[in-house]
Design a protein around this ligand. Structure first.
Ligand SMILES: *Cc1c(COP(=O)(O)O)cnc(C)c1O
Length: 425
C-alpha cells in the first residue's frame, strides 16, 4: 500500500519556522478514525471497551482524545496512572496492568478504583498486606507453550509475565474464598501481530478458560481482556489487520461458546497502543550531513533518542523525503543519527532519492513506542510533539527539552559552593 501523509512539504516547512526539527506530528483525525473503526468492529459486543495503552504515547492530549472516543486507559506505572487521572479518567476507565509491581503503585490504582490486573499468584497476598483486596480483580494468564508468541514479545514460555494455568485456578479459588466478588481474565501474547486470526485464537483460549473456571470454581468471569498487540503495516507491502473481519470472527466464536451459557453477557476488553496512534505519528527531521566511506550515509538531526525502534529491534520505518516523493529512489544509504552507537540508524541500506542538506525527512508510523521510548544517553534531548488538529490547525502538546531540563536533577550550585574549581582561569 502506498504510504501517504496528512500534510505536504510546504506545511512542514512553515512549522519549522516555529519549531526547529526534529519534532513529532500526530494526526488527530487519523487517531479518531482508528478508535472508531475498532469500536465499530466490536459494536455487537455489549460493554466492549478498548483501553489505550498509555505507554505507547503518554501525552495527556492524546489520552484525552482517546477518552473522547470512549477509550479507557491501560496504565503500567504510577506516572501513567497520574497522567490518566489528570485527564479525567477515573475508576473502571482505568486498567492497571503492571508486573513486578510496587505497593505504592497498587495503592494508587486501588484508590483510583482502577481495574487491577495481577501478574503473579504471590501478588494476591502482597496486595492484601499492603493495600487490601478490591472487590474486582483480574489475573494475567501466560499460556506458556500453548501459544507461540512472536518476535517482539517473545515466546510466552520465556516471558516473565502472568500466571500459569494451574496458578490461575489456584488464584481465583483464593480470591473467591477471600470474598472477592468480581473477576476478570487477561492475557497479552502478541505484539505487532498482523494476522487477525491470532486474536481470534486468543479469544477462544480465554472463552474456554472462563468456562472451565466457572465449571470448577463456580465463579463468573465478567470480562476477558484480549490484551493489545494488533500490528500495523510498517512496510509498504504489508496490509493492516481487517478489524471488522476480526470482530466478526470473534462474534461467531462468542455465539458458539458463550452466548447460551451462564457467562453471557461476557464483556470483551482490549488494550492496544500501537494500532491506535502508531500509523498517525510522524517524526520530522532535517538532513544535515553526508558521508561516503565504505557505505553512503545521510546524517539527520534526529537520533535514536527520538525513536529507538530501528536501533532496538531492527524495526523498519518508512521514510519519505518531502518534495521528492516521485523522484527516482536510486541512492542506497544508511540514514543515521548522531549518537555514539553504531545502531543509531533509522534505515540501513535504504533506497532513497538523492538527499541534499536541508531536505526534510519524515519517518512514518512513529506514533507509538516512539517519543515515549526516548532517553537522554549521550546528552541527547527529547524533541517536541505537535498535534495536527482535526480542523487543520497545529498545537504544541509537548515542548522540546532544553539543556536546563537535562541538568534539572543535578545540583551545580552545591558543587560550586564546595569551592575548588577545575579550571585554572
Ligand atoms: C505494551 C503493552 C500493551 C500495548 O501493546 P501494543 O503493541 O502497543 O498494542 C498492552 N498491554 C500490555 C500489558 C503491554 O505490556
Amino acid at each position: 500500500m502506498q504510504k501517504t501523509l496528512p500534510f505536504d512539504e510546504q506545511f512542514i516547512r512553515r512549522l519549522t519556522d516555529t519549531w526547529p526539527t526534529p519534532f513529532y506530528v500526530y494526526d488527530e483525525a487519523g487517531i479518531r478514525r482508528t478508535c472508531r473503526e475498532l469500536n465499530s468492529a466490536f459494536a455487537w459486543s455489549p460493554g466492549f471497551r478498548e483501553y489505550f495503552a498509555v505507554k505507547a504515547l503518554p501525552n495527556p492530549w492524546i489520552v484525552r482524545i482517546a477518552g473522547e472516543e470512549g477509550l479507557g486507559a491501560d496504565c503500567s506505572s504510577l506516572p501513567e496512572l497520574i497522567l490518566s487521572e489528570r485527564v479525567g479518567l477515573r475508576g473502571e476507565d482505568l486498567m492497571f496492568t503492571s508486573n513486578n509491581t510496587l505497593a505504592h503503585e497498587y495503592r494508587k490504582a486501588v484508590q483510583l478504583g482502577a481495574i487491577v490486573n495481577l501478574d503473579d499468584l504471590t501478588h494476591i497476598d502482597y496486595l492484601r498486606e499492603h493495600v487490601g483486596l478490591p472487590e474486582l480483580l483480574c489475573f494475567r494468564y501466560n499460556p506458556g507453550s500453548a501459544r507461540e508468541g512472536n518476535v517482539i514479545i517473545g515466546k510466552p514460555e520465556e516471558a516473565k509475565y502472568g500466571f500459569t494455568e494451574q496458578q490461575l485456578f489456584e488464584g481465583y479459588r483464593r480470591l473467591r474464598d477471600a470474598g472477592v466478588q468480581r473477576f476478570g481474565l487477561h492475557t497479552m501474547v502478541a505484539s505487532n501481530e498482523l494476522n487477525g486470526e491470532f486474536f481470534v485464537e486468543t479469544a477462544r483460549m480465554l472463552f474456554d478458560l472462563a468456562l472451565r473456571l466457572h465449571a470448577e470454581l463456580g465463579i463468573r468471569i465478567e470480562f476477558v481482556n484480549l490484551g493489545g498487540g494488533i500490528g500495523i503495516p510498517y512496510r509498504p507491502e504489508q496490509r493492516p489487520v481487517n478489524l471488522a473481519q476480526v470482530g466478526g470472527w470473534i462474534r461467531d466464536l462468542y455465539e458458539q461458546m458463550i452466548a447460551g451459557t451462564v457467562l453471557h453477557p461476557l464483556r470483551l476488553l482490549m488494550e492496544n497502543g500501537r494500532m491506535i496512534t502508531g500509523p498517525h505519528g510522524y517524526l520530522v527531521t532535517t538532513a544535515v550531513h553526508h558521508k561516503s566511506i565504505y557505505r553512503d550515509y545521510v546524517g539527520v538531526d534526529a537520533c535514536m533518542a527520538n525513536l529507538m525502534r530501528p536501533g532496538m529491534y531492527g524495526a523498519y520505518h518508512h521514510i519519505t523525503v518531502l518534495g521528492k516523493e516521485n523522484a527516482p529512489h536510486d541512492h542506497v544509504v544508511d540514514v543515521v543519527g548522531s549518537l555514539c552507537e553504531n545502531n543509531d540508524k533509522f534505515a540501513v541500506q535504504r533506497s532513497l532519492p538523492a538527499v541534499e542538506r536541508g531536505d526534510l525527512l519524515v519517518i512514518h508510523d512513529s506514533g507509538a513506542h516512539g517519543h515515549a521510548m526516548g532517553f537522554q544517553y549521550n546528552g541527547k534531548l527529547r524533541c517536541a510533539e505537535l498535534l495536527l488538529r482535526s480542523d487543520g490547525s497545529i498545537r504544541q502538546i509537548r515542548r522540546a527539552e532544553t539543556a536546563e531540563d537535562y541538568f534539572a536533577t543535578l545540583d551545580f550550585a552545591e558543587l560550586n559552593s564546595e569551592g575548588v574549581g577545575c579550571g585554572t582561569g
